[in-house]
Design a protein around this ligand. Structure first.
Ligand SMILES: [Zn+2]
Length: 72
């Protein structure tokens, strides 16, 4: 999977704040992602991160992403 800066991804596991959408803020050997819910930033190795990813399909998620983008 190609990961791009600024891309929004969804993870299998929810963050403790209840959110499962993340914005990619750094791409490299390590991936840095910011939680859309609370702004917490995590960094982990790319293979590990890619295993956590899920496709964004639901209209609800797309709505959340739209709201997040407007806030910025
Ligand atoms: Zn969070």
């Amino acid at each position: 999977m190609d990961l791009e800066l600024g891309q929004i991804v969804r993870t299998k596991k929810k963050h403790p704040c209840g959110n499962d959408l993340w914005e990619i803020v750094r791409v490299g050997a390590d991936i840095k992602a910011r939680c859309l819910g609370c702004g917490h930033v995590v960094m982990m190795g790319r293979p590990k991160f890619e295993k956590l990813l899920r496709k964004i399909k639901s209209p609800k998620d797309l709505e959340k992403i739209e709201k997040y983008r407007q806030k910025k």
